[in-house]
Design a protein around this ligand. Structure first.
Ligand code: ADP
Ligand code: TRP
Length: 381
């Protein structure tokens, strides 16, 4: 009977795209439907507050993400679907964890480092006038997936100069500290604490399995570390979670050939209308050096088995327009039922709110029992 507990969350920050779907959301549904897990899926709205600081947008994005969850097939009868902010034990436990973790440890966390690198990037951009430069936050990507601009000689020169500057002997501790402070000015404490809240999200439910993309693996490891720290200090309380790394599909490329991402404006939205699909597919950058348009093919293989694609591309060598039209039809055939299901669900927002309210009640029962146990262990109860 005792099923393993599985939990994952997504930040409500905007319309999901097919990269999010094939990279992560689809596996949520597949894992739920195995029937092997007791599942919790939530909207990480307090994590999103680091990015979305506008009430209307926050409300809209949260409800939209709840509708998206339901539309892809997360069944509220089988899984607990809820909003993080509805379960105050998350933020309360995060505070308790805050007292156990050291500052430099959090400075090594992925979310913090990504924001810091973005800050450095802003600095380089302002100093050298490199619009669209994003060579630092993309440094873990292979060169071929970096935006073209970060490979330009000017960008390379700027990065080299920057590195030389902060490493040079005349760059004093004081100026280095000032530059660090300048960069840190753009980072809020919520971003710094991001993994602590995420640890609370995970540990409150005795979660065993956390399905996430590669970029979140380190944060799940932080949750393990924090569980161990707490257990060592106050006695056995938390189970140690394990990441389940998604992404057997690999990185889904965007219309420009880089990684598909909301931040690059190169997406095909998951619930796109036919005309949005047409527009996006027609804008796919084709590599004119070969007869097979690589970017078109890389997206097409998500929608049709390669055994069917090979003859299609063979028969249409060099005919980019025909291949793009075939891709439009295939994407549309795939998205249409999802789009229709979503439109239907969107008609009844009251029902979606009701589902979130029921999810919150269930989540609260589990989370508040755990929090009570924690409060006794630390001696505030
Ligand atoms: P975005 O880059 O569009 O802001 P997020 O960072 O919100 O996307 O990612 C949400 C989830 O979707 C993560 O688990 C991430 O690994 C996955 N994901 C995002 N973009 C892609 C992609 N292009 N290919 C595969 N998976 C992706
Ligand atoms: N940090 C995750 C992301 O950006 C979202 C998230 C918040 C999460 N809390 C979580 C994922 C707990 C898994 C478990 O994608």
């Amino acid at each position: 009977m005792n099923k393993k507990i599985l939990l994952s969350g997504v930040k409500p920050t905007g319309r999901p795209h097919i990269g999010n779907y094939f990279g992560a959301m689809k596996q949520f549904v597949d894992l739920l439907n195995t029937g092997d897990y007791e599942c919790y899926f939530f909207l990480a709205d307090y994590h999103a507050l680091n990015l979305i600081q506008n009430a209307e947008e926050m409300r809209r994005h949260s409800l939209d993400l709840a509708i998206d969850y339901l539309a892809i097939g997360l069944d509220p009868k089988k899984a607990t679907i809820f909003k993080q902010s509805d379960v105050s034990a998350h933020t309360e436990l995060a505070w308790i964890f805050d007292t156990l973790v050291a500052v430099p440890y959090l400075m090594r966390a992925h979310a913090f480092k990504a924001s810091r690198d973005k800050g450095i990037e802003e600095y380089i951009k302002n100093k050298y006038g490199l619009l669209g430069y994003s060579g630092i936050s993309n440094k873990d990507l292979p060169d071929s997936e970096k935006p073209a601009i970060s490979r330009t000689p000017l960008a390379q020169k700027a990065l080299k100069e920057f590195n030389e500057k902060i490493n040079s002997p005349e760059y004093t501790a004081e100026s280095s500290f000032n530059l660090t402070l300048k960069v840190l000015e753009s980072i809020n404490v919520g971003t710094f604490n991001y993994p602590v809240l995420m640890a609370a999200d995970i540990l409150l439910y005795d979660t065993k399995v956390v399905p996430v993309g590669q970029d979140q693996k380190q944060h799940v490891e932080y949750a393990r570390d924090i569980a161990q720290k707490f257990n060592n200090a106050f006695g056995e309380t938390f189970k140690l979670p394990e990441p389940l790394i998604l992404g057997s599909t690999g990185i889904v490329p965007g219309t420009d050939g880089q990684k598909m991402s909301k931040s690059y404006n190169n997406t095909i939205p998951l619930f796109a209308t036919r005309s949005e699909i047409e527009k996006a597919v027609m804008s796919i950058v084709t590599d004119s050096s070969g007869e097979v348009p690589t970017n078109v093919y890389a997206i097409h293989r998500l929608f049709r088995p390669e055994s069917e694609l090979k003859p299609l591309y063979e028969a249409n060598k060099g005919k980019y327009k025909a291949l793009k039209e075939a891709l439009i039809d295939d994407i549309d055939a795939f998205i249409k039922p999802l789009r229709e299901r979503r439109a239907e669900l969107a008609q009844d927002e009251a029902k979606v709110r009701q589902i979130l309210a029921e999810g919150a009640t269930k989540a609260n029962t589990v989370a508040s029992a755990k929090l009570e146990e924690v409060k006794k262990k630390i001696g505030v109860l």
